[in-house]
Ligand binder design. Structure first.
Ligand code: RP5
Length: 191
């Protein structure tokens, strides 16, 4: 089942470095057969693309934009300031290994992703962006589908099934733990 012939969700990220985290959003949307369009838009390396992308998103009829960025993470907020399409920000713990010659310390954000989380969630009044947890791109995808589900009752049904699958899987694990005892259960699960 596909809800629309064209993508209704735009996924953007500030750098190819972010793709390893952002693919989590694509994977869950693919599971639910929701079309999405994916691009790299860097707020500081390609600033002119910000307004171009916002216009493109509106022309495409996107219902939600998922925007991931690390460090100063101004991409989600800047996109939100150019459009009324809801933007879900994914704060990314920067991990850059594009240049293997760099010292290890420069691969990670000095602030462990808190920098991106605060940059995204602390948008000044008037231009809101919602933020999921650090690196939680799959939650951004689920949240985006909840927005779409207002228009597509079948998607709403699928999301309810997803919830009950989560319920059943916890129940199954709990029964297993009850049967085996905690020590055996944990050592089998995390060998
Ligand atoms: C941000 O800078 C990007 O979103 C990325 O998380 C971070 C590092 O980018 P690269 O230097 O790895 O391209 O703009």
């Amino acid at each position: 089942m596909s809800y629309s012939k064209k993508p209704l969700i735009g996924i953007i990220m500030g750098s190819s470095s972010d793709s390893r985290v952002m693919k989590g959003a694509a994977e869950i949307l693919d599971d639910f057969k929701i079309k999405h369009e994916d691009q790299i838009v860097s707020a500081h390396r390609t600033p002119s693309r910000l307004s171009e992308y916002a216009k493109h998103a509106e022309d495409m009829g996107f219902k939600v934009i998922i925007a991931g960025a690390g460090g100063a993470a101004h991409l989600p907020g800047m996109i939100a300031s150019h459009t009324v399409i809801p933007v879900i920000g994914v704060p990314i713990l920067v991990y850059n290994d594009k240049n293997p010659k760099k010292a290890d310390s420069s691969k990670f954000s000095a602030f462990g992703g808190l920098d991106s989380l605060l940059s995204i969630s602390e948008m000044p009044s008037g231009s809101p962006v919602v933020a999921v947890g650090i690196n939680k791109s799959s939650n951004a995808a689920i949240y985006a589908m909840k927005i779409l589900a207002n228009e597509f009752p079948e998607l709403s049904k699928k999301l309810k099934n997803h919830k009950s699958e989560q319920h059943d899987s916890v129940l199954k694990e709990s029964q297993q733990m009850l049967k085996e005892g905690l020590s055996k259960f944990a050592s089998k699960k995390f060998k």
